[in-house]
Design a protein around this ligand. Structure first.
Ligand code: HGY
Ligand code: MN
Ligand code: MN
Length: 443
């Protein structure tokens, strides 16, 4: 392999036609006919998407490994055999997914490697691209399940035992689609991890900014609330005698919205799942199941929201004569990214002539898990109208290219980094990787 001098390395750019072609090809799998994608984790659609991406990895001659929970990592060798500079994301989607959420990060990572390979460049460190199992968590909670196991935050056994609403387990589905691999988890820590992702929010587009240098990821709390009342006749049961689980669930959803409004700031609350039983027009619901998603960049405020919600549920149970039980489905503290990585992303973006902004991520990402074990950061590109988890999700090709070029140049810089990356928090002080979620300021 010949070596490019540093100026020609700095001038390397990705091929947006090739990247767009792969995004289009992957979007054909699980195509929902309205521009969107549905590839729920470990379904046949997910398998077909996995097979397509692994095929591209192998076509590039990369060494591909599959681990015990189906995470896939492909490595492009460097001059040393040390820990790679890694990028990646996910290719599973929500049911109303778009074609960029996760997919962009994986395929841009592949494009970075193909650009290096096509230029005949070997970097001092290896470069890796991966996709993690079940990032969305909507079929198998928690979200970021695969990357959480990858970094040792969840045992393999516990992950394999997670079941979906039909009682099907992660382990059984990995076996069924042929992606229960042999590579051990936790995996050896990469030298650094950088993820390219669409913002999935309105900020960059509203402010006319091309590149987001992400400062961190907000805390996430997912709770399943089960309400037990009494099914009864909708016509004959006096209002005073009802133990209406459906009405209690509605009150819980209203309470969640009120709490978010009262706390304000970054606090958000969503009830995206609401099942009633027996779910019939003329029967007072005897049972209700709702899932509550609450998030905040400040851990203390997120805990306050959880406390207020628990109090509201107690009040609703008493007032409506129902039983209410709560199960945690996911709980992650806010995460801050390493300041040197955030600085590097911003410097690279500016060198390439792009406008930049520092901002926290409202969505969860695999990078928040990798941040537990190595210096990590994220690059955002704008989402048109701030839409995501929606078939109308869209990012303009010039923004896709800008993000992928920033990823390429950031990874080159990390692969050439002399020594270790210092652990510096946004406040400039040293911080310990294991304490990174403790209410650190990420905005
Ligand atoms: O839920 C999330 O934030 C991500 O899409 N998994
Ligand atoms: Mn995503
Ligand atoms: Mn998503």
């Amino acid at each position: 392999m010949n070596e490019l001098d540093s100026s020609r390395l700095r001038d390397l750019r990705i091929d947006i036609g090739r990247l767009s072609g792969r995004l289009e090809a992957l979007a054909q799998i699980g195509d929902t006919g309205d521009g969107g994608n549905c590839r729920l984790a470990l379904t046949d659609e997910d398998r077909h998407g996995r097979d397509l991406v692994v095929g591209w990895m192998r076509d590039l001659g990369l060494e591909v490994t599959v681990d015990t929970v189906g995470n896939v990592v492909a490595v492009y060798p460097g001059h040393t055999d040390g820990p790679p500079v890694m990028t990646g994301s996910h290719i599973d989607t929500v049911r109303t997914g778009g074609r960029y959420d996760g997919n962009l990060g994986v395929l841009a990572g592949l494009e970075v490697i193909e650009t290096l390979s096509a230029a005949g460049v070997r970097l001092p460190r290896p470069v890796a691209v991966g996709f993690f199992t079940d990032e969305e968590g909507s079929r198998f909670p928690p979200d970021m399940l695969g990357s959480l196991v990858f970094v040792g935050g969840m045992s393999i056994e516990a992950a394999l035992d997670v079941t979906d609403s039909d009682g099907v387990s992660v382990g059984a589905e990995l076996d069924r689609i042929g992606y229960r691999g042999a590579a051990p988890c936790p995996a050896p820590a990469p030298f650094a991890f950088v993820e390219l992702h669409i913002e999935q929010g309105p900020v960059l587009e509203q402010e006319g900014v091309t590149i987001g240098a992400v400062t961190g990821v907000q805390g996430i709390s997912w709770q399943e609330v089960t309400i037990d009342g009494q099914s009864n006749h909708a016509g004959t049961t006096p209002m005073s005698m009802r133990r209406d689980a459906g009405f209690a669930a509605a009150r819980a959803a209203v309470a969640a919205r009120e709490i978010a409004k009262d706390i304000g700031g970054f606090q958000v609350a969503t009830v995206g799942v609401l099942d009633l039983h027996p779910d019939l027009v003329n029967v007072v619901a005897g049972r209700a199941r709702l899932c509550l998603d609450m998030r905040n960049i400040h851990e203390q405020e997120l805990q306050q929201a959880e406390r207020l919600m628990a109090t509201s549920l107690e009040r609703i149970a008493t007032a409506e004569g129902v039983g209410i039980s709560v199960r945690s489905m996911a709980r992650f503290e806010p995460v801050i990214f390493d300041l040197p990585v955030v600085d590097l992303i911003e410097d690279v973006a500016r060198r390439l002539g792009h406008s930049t902004k520092r901002l926290p991520s409202g969505a969860g990402h695999d990078a928040q898990m990798l941040a537990r074990v190595c210096p990590s950061g994220m690059i955002f590109v704008p989402s048109h109208r701030g839409l995501s988890h929606n078939p109308a999700e869209y990012t303009a090709p010039e923004d896709l290219a800008a993000g992928a070029d920033v990823l390429l140049q950031t990874m080159i810089a990390l692969a050439c980094w002399e020594g270790d990356i210092p652990q510096v928090s946004p406040t400039g002080g040293a911080f310990n990787r294991s304490e990174r979620g403790v209410g650190a300021p990420i905005a």
